[in-house]
Design a protein around this ligand. Structure first.
Ligand code: MTE
Length: 308
C-alpha cells in the first residue's frame, strides 16, 4: 500500500513521460486516432432525444477567444483511473461502461434530497457551452468547449442547510464495466472529490455533460462530470453518481492517498511546486504542444475573493 500511495502512475515526473507527440508518431498516428474516433463516437452518442441538446449555444461570458485544443487530443488523452492509468488507452476500454440511463443522488445536509436522471436534468435545466482553460496537476493543459450547466442551479434544488459547509462528489463504481478498479485494489474507491460550499456555488463551477458540441464521451466522464477551472484537474471528478452536503471537509481519493501532494484545496498556483515537480509552466497538449507559463487560479482571478 505504501508503495502504491507514494508512486501511483501519474506521479511520474513529466520529464520522464514519453512526449505524446512521439508516442503517436511511433504508433502510427493516423491509424491510432482513426480507431480512437470510432470508439469515441460510440461513447458519445446518446439516445435520439438527446440530439437537440447538442450543440448548445456558447455563452460569450465564458469565451476566452483563444485557439481550442484539438478535439482528438482532448478526447484521446485522458485520466480516468477506473479504466486504466494509460492516458492514450482510456478510450479503448470504455466500451462496456453503460452511461444511459444514469441516476444521481443528491443528499446529506439539505432540506430537499432528491434523485435525478442525468439526461432528464439536462432537459430540465437547459445547456450552455463554456470555453474553459483546464490545467492538470501533472503540468499539462488544454482549452476545451464544455457543454453543461452551472452546478449551483442543481445544488439549489436541494436547498442546502446552513450547516452544509462542503459538498462531496462520488464517481460510479462498476467493477464489471471499469477494468482499472481491480488493477489498483489498494486505492480507496470510489473516486471521490470535494469542494467548499462557496466554491461549489461559484458561477464558474460547471457540471459538464458534453464537449465540442456533443454529448460527453465516456472517456471524458459521461454522462456528467465536474469542471472547476481554477483548480487542478483531479478536482474535476467524472461520471458522478452522488452529491452529498456535509459539515466536515470530506475525505477524497487523492487527498487520502497522498495529502502533501494533493491538498484538498488544490488551486492552480505556479508559485507552489508539487513536491516532486515544478508548477511554474505547463504543456498545452495537441499535435504541436507548446509550453506556456502557468497563471494563478489558472487565470480565473475572479475567484481570488474566495481565499482572502
Ligand atoms: N475522475 C475520476 N472518476 N477518475 C479519474 O481518474 N482523473 C482526474 C479528473 N477526474 C479522474 C477523474 C484528473 S487527474 C484529470 S486531469 C481529469 O479528470 C482529466 O479529465 P479529461 O480526461 O477529460 O481530460
Amino acid at each position: 500500500m505504501a508503495n502504491v500511495i507514494l508512486k501511483p502512475e501519474w506521479h511520474v515526473p513529466e520529464k520522464e513521460i514519453t512526449p505524446v507527440k512521439d508516442y503517436f508518431s511511433r504508433r502510427d498516428f493516423v491509424k491510432t486516432m482513426g480507431l480512437g474516433v470510432g470508439l469515441a463516437s460510440v461513447g458519445s452518442v446518446q439516445a435520439g432525444a438527446q440530439a437537440k441538446l447538442f450543440p448548445a449555444r456558447r455563452n460569450p461570458k465564458y469565451n476566452p477567444k483563444i485557439a481550442l485544443t484539438n478535439k482528438q487530443w482532448a478526447t484521446g488523452y485522458n485520466n480516468f483511473y477506473e479504466f486504466t492509468t494509460s492516458k492514450e488507452y482510456v478510450r479503448f476500454l470504455v466500451g462496456k461502461f453503460k452511461t444511459n440511463p444514469w441516476q444521481v443522488e443528491v443528499s446529506g445536509l439539505c432540506n430537499k434530497p432528491f434523485k435525478f436522471d442525468a439526461h432528464e436534468m439536462m432537459q430540465k435545466i437547459g445547456l450552455e457551452e463554456r470555453v474553459y482553460r483546464f490545467r492538470c496537476v501533472e503540468a499539462w493543459s488544454m482549452i476545451v468547449p464544455w457543454t453543461g450547466y452551472q452546478l449551483n442551479k442543481l445544488l439549489k434544488m436541494a436547498e442546502p442547510k446552513n450547516d452544509a459547509k462542503y459538498v462531496k462528489f462520488y464517481t460510479a463504481m462498476k467493477p464489471k464495466e471499469m477494468p482499472g478498479l481491480a488493477r489498483l485494489p489498494s486505492y480507496p474507491w470510489p473516486y471521490t472529490e470535494g469542494l467548499r460550499i462557496d466554491e461549489a456555488m461559484h458561477q464558474l463551477t460547471f457540471m459538464a455533460t458534453g464537449i465540442y458540441g456533443e454529448a460527453m464521451p465516456k472517456q471524458n466522464g459521461a454522462p456528467l462530470r465536474l469542471v472547476v477551472p481554477w483548480k487542478y484537474g483531479y478536482k474535476s471528478i467524472k461520471s458522478i453518481v452522488k452529491i452529498e452536503f456535509t459539515n466536515k471537509q470530506p475525505d477524497t481519493l487523492w487527498n487520502s492517498l497522498a495529502p502533501k501532494e494533493y491538498p484538498f484545496e488544490s488551486n492552480v498556483n505556479p508559485a507552489v511546486p508539487h513536491p516532486r515537480w515544478s508548477q511554474a509552466s505547463e504543456r498545452m497538449i495537441g499535435p504541436n504542444p507548446i509550453r506556456v507559463k502557468t497563471v494563478k487560479y489558472n487565470g480565473y482571478s475572479q475567484v481570488a475573493g474566495l481565499y482572502k
